[in-house]
Design a protein around this ligand. Structure first.
Ligand code: IPE
Ligand code: IPE
Ligand code: MG
Length: 623
C-alpha cells in the first residue's frame, strides 16, 4: 500500500507512451539511443511522480545515472500495487492479474525485452545493473495476497508483511548503489536504528494511506496498536472520526516520529547516500505533521504537506547532494546496444558467453566471508535445502511459491561458496521420493530449475554446473538443459556445483552396483577383488569428493536418501531456518562451525588432543 493519490489502474499500452524529452535524465547519455527504451523510462518517471511525489523528489537526490533504474523499480512496484488494489474488481481477479504480470515479467526477463513499457524499462535495468530480480518473487507473491484484504494482529505481523512486500524493492535500490560503487553500507552496530527507521517509514505510509486502504478493505494498523483506544478499530472500519480515532492517530504519529528520528544511522555512510536517507526522514516527518493536521479529512483522502514545507527540506538537500555526488566517481555500466533488447527467439547460445564471466554480486549488507584457515576449509559441502513448503504455508501462500522464492537462497549459496573459495557444492533439489507430491508442485520445481538453467544469474559465474540423478524420468527439455549447461560450463574452474535432481542415494548405489556387475561380466574387474575404490570408480560422478559437511535447513534431522556413499564420514549440521530464509552468511557460519569439529575417521584421540584447550587450535585429523 504505497501512496498512490492518482493511481493508474493499468500500465499504458506501449504505443501510447510519449517519447522522452531531450536533456532529461532519460537522455542518451544514460539510457542510450533506443527511442522505445527512452520512452519506457520516461513513463516510469511520470508514474513515480504521479504515485508518490516524495519518492520522486528523493530519486532526484540520487546521481543522474541511477535515476532511470529507480524509476523503473518504483513504477513496477506501483503497477503491481495498482493491480492488487483496483477498486470495484473482485479480489480473485486482482490476484490473478498480479500473477499474470509477475509471470509476464519472468518471460520478459528471459527474452530481454517487453511489450509493456514499465517491464521493458525494468528488464533493461536488471540487465544493465546486473540486478537479480528473482529476489522480488516473494514480494510479488505477497502483493498478490494483498488483493484479498489485510489485517494484522500485532506489530510483529505488520513488520513481517512490510519486510516481505516492501523491503525487497528497497534492497534492489541498495544493490544498485553497490553496483555503482557508492555502497549504502549500514554499520552493524546501527542495525537497530535501521530497523526502527524502516518501521517509521512504513507507519508513515500506513497513516497517509489510511483512507485509500480502508476503501479497499484493508486496515493496516495492527490490532495491538488500536486496542488501547476502545472503539477506534470499529470507527475506522466505518470511516467515522471519533475521539478514540483522534487519540489513536496522535499516538501513532508520535511513535512514527520517534522511529524515524535516528541521527546516528547515517553516520559513516557515503555522504550522498546519507543525504538521501536523512532527507527521506525529513519528508516523512513533514508527512506525519500533515497527518496530525488533517483531522477528520484523514479518512477522506491522503494528506499532503504544503509545497513550501517540502521545498524547505528539499532545496538544501538538492544542493548538498549535487556536491556530494560530484566528489564520487561512479561506475556506470555501458549502454546496452539496441540489438540487445530485440526479442530473442531461441534459448541461450553455447560457450561464446564464457568470455564474459563475472564475479558474484556482493551480499546486500556488504557482508564478507570470514577467513578460514586452509586446513579448516571443507572441500565439499552438500546441502539439503529443506523447508520451502512450510515457509510458504506459514505465509498463507501455495507451496509452489516457497520453491520459487527458495531459488534466491540457492543463488546466495553459490555466491557465498565462490566468495569463500569452496571447491564443491552439491544441492539436493528433487529427490526420487519427491514424485509423491502433487503434479502442480512437481511441475513448478521443474519449471523453476529449467528457468534457472536457461536464464538464471548463475550462468555467467565461474561455476562448473552438473547434474546427478536418474536420467530416465525427467522432462526431456529439462534433461536437455541440464546436459547443455554441463557441457557449456565444463571448463570453468571456480566451483563445481552439482544439482541433484531426481536423485536418490539408493538409486545411485543400485546403478553403480549394476555398472560394476556389467564390468565384471565383460571381464574388466575381478569380482573377488572388488573394493571400495572400484565401487567409487563406477559411481555416476567418480570425481566427486567425499562430502565433508552435510547441512540441512528446515529443522529436520535426517538425511532423506542424500549422497549415502559420499556422506559416510560427513560432519552433520542441522539448522532450524526454512530454506528461503537463509543466505550466504549461513553457509559461512556452517563452514565456520565445521572448522571447530574434530574429525577422527575412526582414529583414537591422542593424549594431547584430549587436553586441547579450544577446538579452534586443533589440527585437522583428516590429514
Ligand atoms: C525442500 O522443501 C525442497 C524440496 C523437497 C523440493 P520442502 O518442499 O520439502 O519443504 P517442506 O519440508 O515441505 O517445508
Ligand atoms: C529432501 O527433502 C529432498 C530435498 C530437499 C530435495 P524432503 O522434504 O523431501 O525430505 P523428507 O521427506 O522430509 O525426508
Ligand atoms: Mg521437506
Amino acid at each position: 500500500m504505497r501512496t498512490h493519490p492518482h493511481a493508474q489502474p493499468t500500465p499504458a499500452p506501449f504505443d501510447d507512451v510519449r517519447p522522452a524529452r531531450r536533456g532529461r535524465a532519460t537522455g542518451r547519455a544514460v539510457v542510450g539511443e533506443d527511442p522505445l527504451l527512452r520512452a519506457a523510462y520516461a513513463l516510469c518517471r511520470r508514474t513515480t511522480r504521479a504515485h508518490d511525489p516524495a519518492i520522486h523528489a528523493l530519486v532526484q537526490l540520487m546521481p543522474a545515472v541511477l535515476r532511470p533504474a529507480c524509476w523503473a523499480l518504483w513504477a513496477a512496484a506501483s503497477a503491481l500495487d495498482d493491480l492488487a488494489d483496483r477498486p470495484g474488481v473482485e479480489p480473485a481477479r486482482r490476484a490473478a492479474d498480479v500473477e499474470s504480470w509477475t509471470k509476464a515479467l519472468e518471460h520478459d526477463l528471459a527474452v530481454g525485452a517487453s511489450t509493456d513499457p514499465i517491464r521493458h524499462a525494468l528488464v533493461d535495468t536488471a540487465a544493465r545493473w546486473r540486478l537479480d530480480l528473482s529476489d522480488l518473487r516473494g514480494a510479488m507473491a505477497t502483493t498478490r495476497e494483498d488483493a484479498r484484504g489485510l489485517r494484522f494482529a500485532d506489530w510483529a505481523q505488520w513488520r513481517a508483511w512490510c519486510s516481505r512486500e516492501v523491503a525487497p524493492w528497497v534492497e534492489q535500490v541498495r544493490h544498485l548503489f553497490d553496483q555503482a560503487g557508492a555502497p549504502m553500507t549500514l554499520r552493524l552496530d546501527r542495525q537497530a536504528d535501521y530497523r526502527h527507521f524502516v518501521d517509521g517509514a512504513q507507519l508513515t505510509d500506513t497513516l497517509t494511506d489510511l483512507s485509500t486502504d480502508l476503501a479497499q478493505g484493508h486496515l493496516l494498523l495492527p490490532r495491538e496498536a488500536m486496542e488501547p483506544f476502545p472503539g477506534a478499530e470499529e470507527d475506522l472500519i466505518r470511516r467515522r472520526w471519533s475521539p478514540a480515532v483522534a487519540a489513536l492517530i496522535a499516538e501513532m504519529t508520535v511513535l512514527g516520529r520517534r522511529w524515524l528520528t535516528r541521527p546516528a544511522m547515517t553516520r559513516g555512510m557515503h555522504p550522498g547516500a546519507a543525504i538521501v536517507l536523512d532527507t527521506a526522514a525529513g519528508l516523512m516527518r513533514l508527512q506525519l505533521d500533515a497527518v496530525d493536521a488533517a483531522g477528520p479529512t484523514l479518512l477522506a483522502r491522503p494528506p499532503r504537506p504544503s509545497v513550501a514545507a517540502r521545498a524547505r527540506v528539499l532545496l538544501p538537500a538538492r544542493l548538498r547532494s549535487a556536491v556530494a555526488w560530484s566528489l564520487t566517481p561512479l561506475t556506470v555500466p555501458a549502454v546496452r546496444p539496441a540489438a540487445a533488447v530485440v526479442v530473442k527467439t531461441s534459448g541461450p547460445g553455447p560457450a561464446a558467453e564464457d568470455a564474459g564471466l563475472r564475479p558474484p554480486p556482493p551480499h546486500r549488507d556488504g557482508a564478507r566471508p570470514p577467513h578460514i584457515a586452509a586446513d579448516k576449509m571443507p572441500e565439499h559441502v552438500a546441502i539439503i535445502m529443506d523447508g520451502n513448503g512450510r515457509w510458504a504455508q506459514q505465509r498463507g501462500l501455495g507451496r509452489q511459491e516457497g520453491h520459487r522464492v527458495g531459488t534466491a537462497a540457492a543463488h546466495e549459496m553459490v555466491y557465498g561458496a565462490l566468495e569463500i573459495g569452496l571447491r564443491h557444492l552439491t544441492l539436493y533439489t528433487f529427490s526420487t521420493e519427491n514424485w509423491k507430491r502433487d503434479t502442480d508442485e512437481v511441475t513448478t520445481i521443474f519449471q523453476t530449475v529449467q528457468h534457472e538453467l536457461d536464464h538464471g544469474p548463475l550462468r555467467d559465474l565461474n561455476v562448473r554446473q552438473r547434474w546427478s540423478g536418474r536420467p530416465d524420468r525427467l522432462p526431456e527439455d529439462l534433461v536437455h538443459a541440464l546436459e547443455r549447461e554441463e557441457h557449456r560450463t565444463r571448463d570453468r574452474t571456480g566451483l563445481t556445483l552439482t544439482i541433484c535432481l531426481d536423485y536418490g542415494g539408493r538409486d545411485e548405489i543400485t546403478r553403480t552396483a549394476a555398472a560394476l556387475a556389467q564390468a565384471a561380466r565383460v571381464g574388466d574387474v575381478d569380482p573377488r577383488l572388488i573394493g571400495p575404490d572400484d565401487f567409487a570408480r563406477h559411481l555416476p560422478h567418480p570425481d566427486m569428493p567425499d562430502v565433508d559437511l552435510l547441512w540441512r535447513t528446515g529443522d529436520e534431522q535426517r538425511t532423506s536418501n542424500f549422497l549415502p556413499w559420499h556422506t559416510a564420514y560427513a560432519e552433520l549440521y542441522f539448522t532450524p531456518d526454512h530454506w528461503p530464509d537463509v543466505d550466504r552468511r549461513d553457509l559461512w557460519q556452517a563452514i565456520t562451525e565445521y572448522g571447530r569439529r574434530q574429525r577422527r575417521h575412526g582414529a583414537a584421540l591422542t593424549s594431547s588432543e584430549h587436553q586441547r584447550p579450544s577446538p579452534h587450535t586443533q589440527p585437522d585429523s583428516r590429514h
